[in-house]
Design a protein around this ligand. Structure first.
Ligand SMILES: *C/C=C(C)/C=C/C=C(C)/C=C/C1=C(C)CCCC1(C)C
Length: 241
C-alpha cells in the first residue's frame, strides 16, 4: 500500500505522480480514439487507429516506467527510448496519411522515419554514455538535433508543407500546420529534459536536477501524443462535416 501511495502522491514525488497520471491519460486517450474511429468516414479510420496505437503503446510503457521509477529511481531510459522508437515513427506515418491524398509517397514517410530514428538513436547514446561528461552529452545532443531539424523543416517548409498546400483542402492545410506547431514547440520540450542530465547544460549551468529529465519527458509526451491525436481527430471530424 505504501508503495502505491508513494507513486500517486504529487507532494512526495511529483515525477512519480506524472508517470501515474500519464499512464491513465494515455489509456483514456486510446479508448477515445479507438471508439471514435466508428464515427468518422472510412478515409480517416486508419489515421485514428494510428493515434490510438501511439497513446496505447505509451500507456503500456508508462505502466512499466512508473514501476521502474519507483524501484530504481531515474532509470527509465531504455523503456523510454523503446516507447519513442515505436511511437515517433507512427507520428511520421500520421503526416504521410494526411498528405497522401495530395500525393505523398512512401519515400517521404521513410525519410521522416529515418530522420526521427537517427534523432532517437543519437539521444539514447548521449543519455547512456555521457556519465556526467558535458562534451559527450552535448555532442550526441547536437547530432540528435540534426534529425529533429530535418523533421521540423519537412513539416514547415519541405515536402509535407508543400503537399498540404497543394491539396487545396483547407482542413488538411490547417491540420498539418497545427501538427507542425507541435513539432516546433511540443517536441522542443524533449531537449530541455535531455539537458537536465548530469553534465547537461541545464544541469551544470542552472543546477537543474537530473530527476527533471523524466518530468520534462512526461509533460512533453502528454502534450505531443494526446495533442497530436486530438488534432488528427479534429481534422477528421471537420472534414467529414
Ligand atoms: C512520443 C514521443 C515523442 C514525440 C518524442 C520526441 C522526442 C524528441 C523530439 C527528442 C529529441 C531530442 C533532441 C532533439 C536532442 C536531445 C536528445 C533528444 C532525443 C531528447
Amino acid at each position: 500500500m505504501e508503495f502505491l501511495l508513494f507513486a500517486v502522491d504529487p507532494g512526495s514525488d511529483p515525477v512519480a505522480f506524472t508517470f501515474f497520471i500519464g499512464c491513465m491519460a494515455m489509456a483514456a486517450a486510446s479508448v477515445f480514439f479507438f471508439v471514435e474511429r466508428n464515427s468518422v468516414s472510412d478515409k480517416w479510420k486508419l489515421s485514428l487507429l494510428v493515434s490510438a496505437l501511439i497513446t496505447g503503446i505509451a500507456a503500456v510503457h508508462y505502466l512499466y516506467m512508473r514501476d521502474a521509477w519507483a524501484a530504481v529511481e531515474g532509470n527509465t531510459t531504455a523503456l523510454r527510448y523503446i516507447d519513442w522508437t515505436l511511437t515517433v515513427p507512427l507520428m511520421c506515418v500520421e503526416f504521410y496519411l494526411l498528405t497522401k491524398a495530395a500525393g505523398a509517397t512512401k519515400g517521404l514517410m521513410w525519410k521522416l522515419i529515418i530522420a526521427s530514428a537517427w534523432m532517437l538513436v543519437a539521444g539514447y547514446i548521449g543519455e547512456t554514455t555521457a556519465n556526467g561528461d558535458t562534451g559527450t552529452s552535448v555532442m550526441w545532443g547536437v547530432l540528435s538535433t540534426v534529425g529533429y531539424v530535418y523533421v521540423l523543416y519537412t513539416a514547415w517548409m519541405g515536402e509535407v508543407a508543400k503537399l498540404a498546400e497543394a491539396s487545396g483542402d483547407a482542413v488538411v492545410q490547417k491540420g498539418v500546420r497545427t501538427l507542425a506547431w507541435f513539432v516546433l514547440v511540443g517536441w522542443a520540450i524533449y531537449p530541455i529534459g535531455y539537458m537536465c542530465m548530469p553534465g547537461g547544460w541545464l544541469n551544470t549551468g542552472l543546477g537543474w536536477e537530473p530527476s527533471n529529465v523524466d518530468l520534462f519527458y512526461n509533460i512533453a509526451d502528454a502534450v505531443n501524443k494526446i495533442g497530436f491525436g486530438l488534432v488528427v481527430y479534429s481534422i477528421a471530424v471537420s472534414s467529414d462535416k
